[in-house]
Design a protein around this ligand. Structure first.
Ligand SMILES: [Cu+2]
Length: 66
């Protein structure tokens, strides 16, 4: 179970966009995104490099905090 803090989400569309972006990354499943806290939670079925996750989030128009 991984947690990432995402900046820039403001509505349900943002949640969908982030969920979709994470879902497109090979190895990531069971994604939950909380709009209020900005935290995305997911499981990895295989190791996924943090840089790949960051790139996917960035491509969707958001940033990982920290
Ligand atoms: Cu939005």
């Amino acid at each position: 179970m991984k947690n990432i803090q995402i900046a820039g989400m403001s509505c349900g569309h943002c949640v969908m966009a982030v969920t979709k972006a994470l879902g497109a990354v090979d190895g990531i499943k069971d994604i939950r995104v909380d709009l209020k806290t900005g935290v995305a939670t997911y499981d990895e079925v295989k190791p996924v490099e943090a840089s790949i996750v960051a790139a996917a989030i960035k491509k969707a128009g958001y940033d990982i905090v920290g």
